[in-house]
Write a new protein. Sequence first.
Length: 367
Amino acid sequence: MEVPSECWAAVVQKNEGPNFFLEVEKVPVPIIGLSLTAPQDFRLLITTLAGPSEVLIKLNVTGLCLTDVHFMMNDWAFPKMSEMGLSCAGHEGAGVIVKIGEAVKSCKVGQRAAYGPIHSTCGLCEYCFSGKETYCQQAVYTGGTVDGTYKQYCTVPEGFVHLIPEGVSDYVAGPAMCSAGTMYSSLKESGLRAGNWAVFPGGGGGTGIQGVQLACAMGIRPVVVDTGESRRSLSLSLGAECFVDFLAEADPVKKVVEITNGGAHGVFVSAVQAYQVSLDYLGSRVGGVGTLSSSRKDIAEILDLAKRGETVTWVIGYRLTTGAHCSATGKIHLEPAVVGLSKFNEAVQRLKEGNVAGRIVVDFNLP
């Protein structure tokens, strides 16, 4: 396939921080299999040269995730994007393989593929060997420590290319890379059983709503804590047993504890604003589980939870296969809002302000 020298990208470079905005502009396409026959710009090579075991994917879509917003706001426990030499966030890409390195064996040009939150890991530690590569101390994070899917052409190590199953659209595969995988992994690791109560603070958003659906498929009873009629309607239509509006309810924690007969068995937090109060939803439940999908600097103290045998874990999406399979077989329904390149910044700002119910994706092929 013909590969251009430049592609579109939504760039945050000189304006990162609380008031960041994105500019859609042309950037160099990463190079695979470059042969040096003439003097080259060294800085350009460092930012665009890919190795022989990498694959070049032309993305058709990228999902938008609140994690992207926090990377661009610089309020997570990571170095600033500019300090890492990054300009593009994003970790939910789906498209087609257009070029492969000479050492690549398992991927072919023309195959549909997706690119998720984990760019690479060491592949040698106990976590990598046990299927928990997100805990690898050498993990490289897409859009966090390497440029992400806000750029139309991305290079991905062969072992972290996710081939898209038949029957799953790019609009589904992109978001499934992060949110469906994160929620599935969280629920699986929690040890919750059928009939247990699970609370999803921010459950009407793009990540939480997939947790609600997966919980239903596992026989777990989901309660969503969120606000707004659109999120209430979405949550209840996709399986939430109860919706607690934290703005309308005088004491949301008390209400949740009442609904769950003393406290939830598990709390699955994807909404940053809810971290400080979310574990209160466990009530007096002994052995409750709280799962956080964040590295924010101001997460509440959690050590005292050991007094009740409670467990707090941090999870970010694993592999695509489970989330995409659930989508293909109808266990979860992903019908994201779709916007074109010209609406990139507007869509991300809506996400930042909490004005998105469900998922939203940007189609690189739409104006």
